[in-house]
Design a protein. Structure first.
Length: 90
């Protein structure tokens, strides 16, 4: 069982979805965070692993998922909104 499945059960969508803000496996840079997220994430790069639409945080299909990002520097997994991320390259 993957980490995403352990955290979110079967709700994690690990495939590209038409209309989603990014593609699975895109490299992203964290450019902002919500009030409840540590600012230390700003400037970190990671890879998009999944979309989550059923968490009860105001997500809407397909344009506004929470986006699961695994960071390169420590392998941690965090969720962000699209406006907190910017597509990047390695």
């Amino acid at each position: 069982m993957s980490l995403a499945e352990q955290i979110l059960g079967a709700k994690a969508q690990r495939r590209n979805i038409d209309g989603a803000p990014f593609a699975i496996h895109n490299i992203v840079l964290v450019v902002g965070v919500q009030d409840d997220m540590p600012e230390e994430h700003i400037g970190r790069k990671g890879k998009i692993l999944y979309y989550e639409y059923d968490g009860g945080c105001g997500q809407s299909y397909p344009k506004e998922p929470l986006i699961g990002v695994r960071f390169f520097d420590n392998n941690n997994l965090e969720e962000f909104w699209a406006e907190e991320l910017k597509k990047e390259t390695l």
